[in-house]
Design a protein around this ligand. Structure first.
Ligand code: ZN
Length: 205
């Protein structure tokens, strides 16, 4: 079902880009449950990435279950929406998720003037030495669509992935889905155990 989301007109809105994975769930946990900021509305947006990896379905189930629980426990108000990017891959090469998130976020910010902040769940481990090239490309995407400054924030960039894991209650950890290439048996998906997110998370257990 495609919904027409009614957003509040009386509060500034933080648009939170969400995947259902460990990092962005830790970000939501911090923004919606830990930090009390009722003067702000949070709009959570899940960009569903559909390609040969077939991670879209477990990610959607994670996002659904996590947000259903957060709806009960959040101390700050929020709304939720999704969009779908479905694309072919070539020799198993995929688009950069963060670029896809930025493309969608910049377009949403144009539609909703109350959005004055965009939050991404990047950790300290993501924003290392190798991030500067990606940051520049990402800024080009943002500027070419939105055309002016936006407060783009990284609420858990002071945390490593290990810290993000430690921040999340085990209930939420279990619900997250970070695997890029799930192994399917019938209609059940299991983490592959081989991709980078799988290996990083396995090292925390
Ligand atoms: Zn995996």
């Amino acid at each position: 079902m495609i919904e027409d989301i009614v957003l509040p007109q009386d509060k500034p809105i933080t648009l939170c880009m969400y995947s259902g994975g460990l990092d962005s769930t830790a970000m939501l946990y911090k923004l919606l449950i830990v930090d009390h900021t009722p003067e702000r509305h949070y709009h959570i947006h899940h960009v569903i990435i559909k390609n040969y990896q077939r991670r879209d379905i477990p990610e959607m189930m994670s996002a659904h279950d996590i947000l259903a629980d957060m709806k009960e426990n959040a101390i700050n108000p929020f709304t939720f929406s999704t969009s779908l990017i479905e694309y072919p891959t070539f020799n198993h090469r995929t688009l950069n998720d963060h670029d896809a998130f930025t493309f969608m976020a910049a377009n949403m910010a144009l539609l909703v003037p109350k959005i004055n902040q965009v939050a991404y769940g990047l950790t300290k481990d993501d924003i290392g030495d190798t991030y500067s090239d990606r940051r520049e490309k990402n800024s080009h995407i943002w500027n070419s669509i939105y055309g002016k400054h936006m407060d783009r924030v990284y609420p858990i960039s002071h945390l490593t992935k290990r810290d993000a894991w430690d921040l999340l209650p085990s209930f939420y950890r279990r619900l997250t889905w970070s695997c890029r290439e799930p192994v399917w048996k019938g209609n059940m998906a299991k983490p592959c155990g081989l991709c980078r997110p799988c290996k990083v998370i396995a090292s925390f257990k």
